[in-house]
Design a protein around this ligand. Structure first.
Ligand SMILES: *Cc1c(COP(=O)(O)O)cnc(C)c1O
Length: 386
């Protein structure tokens, strides 16, 4: 095992939850939006979303994105023979493009902003001008738990009529500029992951939030086989339900999410203070970012493979999220379309993700930074000038 792993998942100790697990066992209710799940959804709505809107648990964020996208498609019945496009940034995780394809959309990738690494508004505009009403859906990604501008997407929805589904997979724990949990009050589905590697990690799980209760009510039915009437499908469906045992873990995570997110932001601040200016960091928005890891851009004159190998040899794990980006993955390249992706190509080629986990200390951050500085500054000067 690496001395300093890239990710180190931390879920609540099962031993401390034995009583709660037994409550599930004795109730005989293991799923189907049972009492623990209901309790978790209500607690989440009040603790993270200021008691506004509604929450629906799902078994993971990918399935949550699929159902939310499918619902968006149903709202706009199609007559034109051209594909229905889902506009999304190329710099995101494969799950968003897979979900769009499963829901019947053709992913259409826009470029990203060089500072925030979120969807670039000019690139979105270019694609909207070119594809017009064939764009049925817009899927922004709250990049690495950052607080993107949701008002911008409400405006795009009003202008184009396209549905909006937000991929906020890493965002449970993020706080927007008004001091609310990221997503609060948004009238379109916002999908969060509770995968073990996220800030709010239960193992497998997810949440769909929406300020509109009808949207959540419909998604709840779709997630239970489309049963709008007892045992009778009235709409498209699948099984997206989360287990009661997971809800027990999630309730426990909710108690600590604020402290965990603060701690992780403190570690990110330690990185920001220590890293030399040769590294480019993501511009932050909102009051708190939910950090899954610490992303940065390497200087152009440095080989990422060499840096990763050198850090690995020193027992330090790293990642390169998201490289390859979506348009560089063969399955997507073969069937998706894209705008010019100059910034995505550049960011994807230089991105490096450093360890950032809840039990890390600032002295571990210092060790990582020192090792990184050594390997970057040991590059010959002629290479740096090139
Ligand atoms: C983690 C992640 C997902 C998938 O979440 P799961 O709960 O693992 O399905 C989707 N999109 C992004 C951007 C992610 O980081």
């Amino acid at each position: 095992m690496q001395e300093i792993p890239f990710v180190l998942a931390k879920t609540p100790a099962a031993s401390s939850l034995v009583d709660k697990f037994q409550e599930v066992e004795f109730s005989g209710i293991y799923s189907n939006y049972g009492p623990k799940n209901t309790q978790f959804e209500a607690a989440l709505q009040s603790r993270l979303f200021g008691s506004q809107g509604c929450c629906l648990t799902v078994c993971n964020a990918t399935i949550g994105l699929m159902t939310a996208m499918k619902q968006a498609a149903r709202k706009r019945p199609r007559t034109s023979p051209s594909p229905r496009y889902a506009l999304m940034p190329a710099f995101t995780f494969a799950a968003a493009a897979h979900a769009a394809l499963w829901a019947g959309f053709t992913p259409l990738f826009c470029d990203i902003d060089a500072g925030s690494w979120g969807a670039c508004p000019q690139s979105e505009r270019r694609l909207i001008a070119k594809y017009g009403s064939d764009i049925d859906l817009i899927v922004p990604y709250a990049t690495f738990g950052n607080n993107i501008d949701l008002d911008h997407y409400e405006r795009l929805h009003r202008e184009t009529g396209a549905g909006i589904v937000v991929d906020a997979a890493a965002s449970l724990g993020a706080i927007d500029e008004r001091g609310r949990g990221f997503g609060t009050g948004f009238r379109h589905p916002v999908v969060y992951s509770m995968h073990a590697t996220k800030t709010f990690g239960v193992g497998e799980g997810g949440v769909i939030y929406c300020a509109d209760p009808d949207t959540i009510a419909t998604l709840r039915i779709m997630g239970n086989f489309g049963f709008g009437e007892p045992r009778c499908a009235t709409m498209p469906g699948l099984n997206s339900k989360m287990t009661e045992m997971t809800a027990v873990v999630a309730l426990e995570c909710l108690k600590t999410i604020n402290d965990v997110s603060d701690k992780r932001e403190m570690l990110a601040d330690a990185y920001r203070r220590s890293l030399i200016s040769e590294f480019k960091l993501q511009s932050r928005t909102g009051r708190r970012t939910a950090y899954q890891f610490m992303p940065l851009l390497l200087p152009k004159w440095v080989s990422r493979d060499a840096v990763r190998a050198s850090l690995s040899a020193q027992g330090i794990g790293t990642g390169a999220y998201f490289s390859p980006h979506l348009m560089q993955q063969p399955y997507f390249r073969a069937q998706c379309e894209a705008d010019d992706l100059t910034v995505t190509d550049d960011v994807g080629a230089r991105i490096l993700s450093l360890p950032l986990w809840t039990d890390m200390t600032t002295s571990i951050v210092e060790r990582v930074v020192t090792a990184l500085h050594q390997c970057v500054l040991s590059n010959p000067a002629d290479q740096r000038a090139a």
